[in-house]
Design a binder for this molecule. Structure first.
Ligand SMILES: [Zn+2]
Length: 420
């Protein structure tokens, strides 16, 4: 069964297109239709209701936990055994395409639909899941739902997180109708698998059908608050200014130099993705800047060195510019290696399907890294066109690329679901 069963790529692709209509907007910069389903907004609620309806139509028993993660369960022949869980997320950044996260959720759903079509039973139950606020760009903590479900983050702390307008996770979950009752922190799957777009150029350039993900690099997020003094842009002599915007720019430029210096290995990456100036006016020297720093490195030791050096740099630049720089850590995850036996299984299933594959380290954070603490876990990557651009409406993977990845996911899931 595992050798020959193959999903309906068209059905998968049309589900991706349908979900992509929820939160759709005309992106003026990219010139195409984008998706905005920021976590726990009305659009996220609408997407959740659609996918949950599809779960039920596929015969899955749906439960929602206290952090709003949604699980659809398919019975196993030995239903008391721990399930094999397949999942990802359907929330998005405000300028997204239709594949990030959704491929993993709708791919898992397609795997279940395929099993239903041929009335195939698995020994272990299967669970298809989507997790709350993977992206983290609204409440500042990514992989929120899976971090709570796997006990890295206490529920009450997650509930209290606020967005820019002071709205809390708990209040917003309630508002969209996804504040569930299932307790968190108890689910112990037999294994967790996630299919996701690569979000980078490597697989496409190497002409590989799928990627076997080795693990996720270390990620460190901080928020800097730079406090200077607002002043008239015309009357204040340059030497009198304490320009928070200038300090933010200097730190951003210094961060890039640090990254390219080679002192933190060849794969160090950094970005200052947000700089918010106050009062943000053409004729006012900004008195305050709040900016985010995103650091990535495959080595925990080199990451620690980069964090320490950047903190020192912040103090030095603050001294030079005569203003205060306060830093607050908003997220931190170490390098996470995935289970080698599951990686080997994924490679084997790809071979059997005649698909080429490549081991690859994930540059982005994923729900899988959270689940890897509680059960054996690995991921399948799908290549993307246009240099694998992602977090952008131009994000695109072909029907075949998506179907190949989901066929590997299904093949691996079937083997894991027969394990004792
Ligand atoms: Zn994602």
């Amino acid at each position: 069964m595992a050798k020959t069963l193959s999903i309906d790529g068209k059905r998968l692709y049309s589900s991706l297109a349908r979900l992509g209509k929820v939160g759709a907007y005309k992106d003026e910069t990219a010139g195409v239709i984008g998706v905005n389903r920021l976590a726990l907004t009305a659009a996220d609620g609408e997407g959740r209701r659609l996918v949950t309806k599809w779960f039920r139509e596929a015969g899955l028993r749906v439960t929602v936990d206290k952090i709003g993660n949604v699980y659809g369960r398919r019975r196993g022949r030995e239903d008391h055994l721990a399930p094999v869980m397949l999942g990802s997320h359907i929330d998005s950044v405000p300028t997204a395409g239709r594949f990030d996260g959704c491929l993993g959720v709708l791919g898992a759903l397609e795997a279940v639909r395929t099993l239903n079509d041929v009335k195939a039973a698995t020994r272990r139950p299967l669970v298809v899941a989507y997790f709350t606020d993977e992206e983290g760009c609204r409440f500042g903590t990514d992989m929120l739902g899976s971090a709570v479900a796997t006990r890295r983050l206490p529920l009450e702390r997650a509930y209290a997180l606020k967005d820019r307008d002071g709205l809390t996770v708990k209040g917003e979950l309630k508002k969209i109708g996804f504040l569930g009752h299932e307790p968190v922190g108890r689910l112990r799957p037999h294994a967790y698998l996630e299919c996701h777009i690569e979000q980078g150029p490597t697989l496409r350039h190497k002409r590989r059908d799928v990627g076997v993900v080795l693990g996720v690099q270390a990620i460190s997020w901080a928020e800097l608050t730079i406090t200077g003094k607002s002043a008239h842009a015309g009357t204040t002599p340059m030497s009198f200014r304490r320009d928070a915007g200038l300090t933010a720019s200097r730190l951003n430029a210094a961060l890039r130099e640090m990254t390219l210096s080679g002192r933190y290995g060849r794969d160090m990456r950094a970005a200052m993705g947000m700089i918010r100036l106050t009062p943000n006016m053409v004729n006012v020297v900004p008195g305050r800047a709040v900016c985010t720093v995103d650091l990535r490195n495959p080595s925990d030791a080199l990451m620690a060195k980069a964090e320490a050096d950047f903190a020192r740099l912040c103090r030095k630049v603050a001294d030079q510019d005569g203003l205060a720089v306060a830093s607050r850590r908003t997220a931190k995850t170490p390098h996470v290696p995935f289970d080698e036996s599951v990686q080997a299984l994924i490679a084997d299933r790809a071979d059997r399907l005649g698909l080429s594959h490549e081991p690859i380290l994930s540059g982005a954070g994923h729900d899988a890294q959270e689940w890897s603490r509680v059960c054996k876990t690995a991921m399948v990557f799908v290549p993307g066109e246009r240099d694998g651009i992602s977090h952008n409406p131009r994000e695109f993977s072909t029907l075949k690329q998506c179907a190949d990845g989901v066929n590997v996911l299904l093949g691996a899931a079937l083997v894991l679901a027969e394990e004792a």
